[in-house]
Every structure is written in C-alpha cells, then in structure tokens.
Design a binder for this molecule. Structure first.
Ligand code: FAD
Length: 432
C-alpha cells in the first residue's frame, strides 16, 4: 500500500474503534488494522457495556447496536465453599430509558462498532498483523504488517492493540508485563431458554442482572468472579493474578470448574449448554503501572495503556474514552496546523487526567498492592463473614449476646485485634 494516512489505528477492540471512528468523523484519513478475521473475533469480555462512554461517541447507539439486556439489578456475593453473604441493589431507576448498562456479546458488538467506523469513512483491514513500528530516529512514521510489501506510513499511529501490546514492548515504549500486574480470566457462555433465565433471575424480557463475586472461588488468590444474564445465555467467569496462579500452579480452568460446582451457582446454570470457552489477560496493575502514553508520532489507548478499573470491573468504557480522547487530540492539533510531536500530543495526557479514567485509576492506586500483600481478604474474611451470618441466623436456643461474643472471638482468633485494626486502615487507605 503506497497511500499515506493521517492516522493508523492498530487494533479493532473498543479503544481502537473509538479512536478510528472519532478521527474519521473529524475528517482525518484513517486506516485501522486488525489481526482477527473480523473485529471482535479475538476479543474476550464479560461483558457489561457502560452506555455513557459509547454515548459520547455515538449518541444514538441504542437504535441498532446489538444489546442483550439492560441491567436493573446488581448483586455482590462474598462466598465461602458452601454459602455466600450477599447484597443486592435493584432499582426501577435502572429500568427506565435511557438505560445505563447493558450486557453484550463482544464478537457481535465489535462487528457493529467496526461497521460504524467504516461508515464514518475509515479504511479497515482485517486478518493483518502489525509486526513492527517504522521509526525515523525518535519518531514513529508508520507500521510494518505481515502482508507482502506491508509497510504503511502515517503522521500518527494509535496503539490500541490490547493488554499484551507487543508492538509497544518491541519499540521500548512498554516494559515487559509483570505477572502481578495482570489477571488471567476464563469465561464461559451457557445457553438457556430466555424464559428460564427470566424466571430464574426474577426478570421481565430485556431486563438483566449482574452478579459480582469474591471469596473462596479464587482459592486464596487475588481475583474475582462474575455471572451476567444475556438474552438467551449466561456468561460466567473467574480471574486471578497471573503471579498467584503461577505460584500456586493452578489453572484457571480448574477455578471455573470449581466455581460452577458451588451450591449457590450450580442451580443458576443448571441445564445450560456451554458453547463458548475463552481465556484472556486483564491489565490490573492500576495507576502505578501505567506506561508512557505517548511520544513523537504515537499514542497508546485502552488495555495497552493499563486502563482497567478492576475494583468496579470497568475496562471497555476506559478503552473507549481513551480512544476518543486520543483521536480528539489528533483532530484538534491537525485543525490548528500543529505537528504530532510528543510536546503537542501531551494534550492527550491532560485530557485523560481531567477525565474519570485517570481520576478513578488514581483513586485506587494503592489497591493492587494492598490486595497482593493481604490475601487474607480473599480467604479468612469470606469464611469469617459467612460463619458470622450462619451463627446469627441459626436458631438453636443460644442467646444473641452469646452469639455476638462467639463471632467476635472467631474474628480475633483469626486476625487478632491489631490485625483487624490494621485491615480496616489498609482498606480505608486503598479506597481513598
Ligand atoms: C473475562 C473478561 C471480562 C471482562 N469484563 C468486562 C466487562 O464486563 N466490562 C468492561 O467494561 N470490561 C470488561 N473487561 C475488560 C475489557 O474487555 C477490556 O478493557 C477492553 O476489551 C479493552 O479494549 P481494547 O480495545 O483496549 O483491547 P482489546 O479489546 O483487547 O482489543 C485489542 C485488539 O487489537 C488487536 N490486535 C492486537 N495486536 C495486534 C496487532 N499487532 N496487529 C493488529 N491487531 C492487533 C486484537 O486482535 C484485538 O482485536 C473484561 C475482560 C475480560 C478478559
């Protein structure tokens, strides 16, 4: 290809599609390159779509986007091996349009988004892998692809190639990912009739539920699980830090098998036909692990840039927002006749700092370290909380004051008074 572009976007996930769409809509000449046979074919997500981020890019997305169910209920479960203590928030406010969160099937959603990118005027090529960046001294000037004669040149390259950004690593923009900064998650989709899902989860057509889980399902490792309702299927998954999985020699496959056998989860998926299994990395290093985000002729967005808020399980919205902000920066600079130098592209960093992306990541900057060093939050506390609930709810002739004393005794025996106080301080620090 001898044509020259204003912008090349590498990757056809949410961050790449948001960047390519926004840049093309602003009149830039855009090429997007995706290695999968179609956008989304290689992508894995739970998946909850957060409307706000997409609305800011395609305000009328609800007209034709492939959406499964809008979420009206969120459950949070803390599990031990046989039980769970849970909280539920269900609201008619979330059942009133415009809906705030939806479940989606990523392969369908990414294909829809890619069509919008093409309609906006970008050229999208699939089944093509970018193997290297072309540099002119310290400036990125284009990409090398695995196609014959595969050099393509542009004024700006946006790296939206996902968590394991090999290109950034190769170019020295990105250090090797540390196993403690990434989780390995596995996900399954189980198919059930629509009416079964609705009666099992107390839903009307199009309404959905999300269940987030923590506790012994991750067998003492830092991680969480989830179960979401789609139209005719349930998505469930579990993920743990790669460093923990390696140390323990456990496979994520064994975790999901264990999770499905839990007495609270088994009846929810009973009779379902499992049709999809996938595994993927999630960048969970947070604010302190964010790499350099830009340089002469390039910017990095989405998972490649470590933009995942693992506390709230948000990733695709940070990906879309960062993609949009990168493209808006490019469009503004072009309109002002300014070059894509690092000094000028620093505006992207300013936009990120002013957005929820950096503010939220900064808020939880200590969280990864707190959890990594205190795995008892994933072992002892779920057991203590479930045991406390059992003790209080069991009607056995023992008076309630004695039960409270017994619960306190268990907490102190497991964690000590100083330990309990320390845990409160650590959590307070992590959530600041
Ligand atoms: C199990 C799981 C559950 C999740 N659940 C949720 C959820 O419910 N809600 C949520 O918001 N987020 C969730 N996330 C996170 C979310 O999936 C990511 O944050 C989001 O997909 C990041 O988008 P991205 O475009 O940056 O990267 P990706 O979606 O990974 O896209 C990167 C794209 O780049 C392509 N690519 C890579 N290298 C090259 C190359 N060299 N040349 C060409 N193309 C290339 C890939 O094929 C891919 O299509 C979940 C993640 C996992 C793994």
């Amino acid at each position: 290809m001898t044509e020259r572009f204003d912008v090349i976007v590498v990757g056809g996930g949410p961050s790449g599609n948001a960047a390519a769409y926004t840049a093309a809509k602003a009149g830039l000449k855009v090429l997007q390159i995706e290695r999968g046979e179609s956008p989304g074919s290689k992508n894995v997500q739970g998946a909850i779509l957060y409307s706000d981020a997409l609305e800011k890019i395609i305000p009328d997305f609800r007209d034709d986007a492939p959406l499964e169910r809008h979420l009206i209920e969120q459950r949070m479960w803390v599990l031990d091996d046989n039980s769970y203590v849970g909280s539920t928030y269900r609201s008619e406010a979330f059942n009133t349009p415009p809906y705030n969160r939806y479940t989606i099937i990523r392969a369908q959603f990414d294909r829809w988004f890619s069509k919008k990118v093409q309609d906006a005027g970008a050229l999208v090529i699939c089944e093509t892998t970018v193997t290297d960046l072309h540099m002119d001294e310290q400036t990125v000037v284009g990409v090398q692809t695995d196609r014959l004669g595969g050099s393509i040149y542009a004024d700006l390259v946006i790296l939206a190639d996902g968590v394991n950004s090999l290109l950034a690593k190769k170019a020295g923009f990105h250090p090797e990912l540390r196993p403690k900064d990434v989780a390995l998650a596995v996900k399954e989709i189980h198919f059930l009739p629509e009416t079964t899902i609705e009666s099992r989860f107390n839903l009307q057509p199009d309404e959905g539920v999300a269940i987030e889980m923590a506790g012994t399902i991750t067998q003492g490792m830092v991680g969480t699980g989830f179960l979401y309702t789609n139209k005719e299927s349930l998505t469930l998954g579990v993920g743990c830090l790669l460093s923990d999985l390696r140390t323990r020699g456990l496979s994520p496959h064994s975790l999901i098998e264990n999770m499905k056998a839990h007495p609270a989860i088994r009846p929810l998926i009973d009779g379902g036909e499992m049709k999809e299994y996938s595994a993927h990395l999630i960048p969970e290093g947070g604010y302190n692990a964010i790499p350099t985000l830009l340089g002469n002729g390039w910017m990095m967005v989405g998972d490649a840039a470590m933009f995942v808020n693992s506390v709230h399980r948000e990733g695709s919205n940070l990906a879309m927002t960062s993609g949009r902000l990168a493209a808006e920066t490019a469009a503004e600079l072009r309109a002002e006749g300014k070059a894509f130098t690092a000094a000028n592209l620093a505006r992207y960093r300013t936009k990120l700092d002013e957005s929820f992306v950096m503010k939220d990541l900064k808020k939880y900057r200590d969280m990864p370290e707190v959890f990594e060093k205190n795995t008892h939050f994933f072992t002892q506390y779920p057991e203590l909380i479930n045991r406390a609930a059992h003790t209080m709810l069991l009607v056995d002739g023992v008076d309630k004051k004695s039960k409270e004393r017994e619960i306190r005794k268990h907490f102190v025996a497991k964690r000590s008074r100083i330990g309990l106080l320390g845990d409160v301080v650590k959590l307070w620090r992590a959530f600041q």
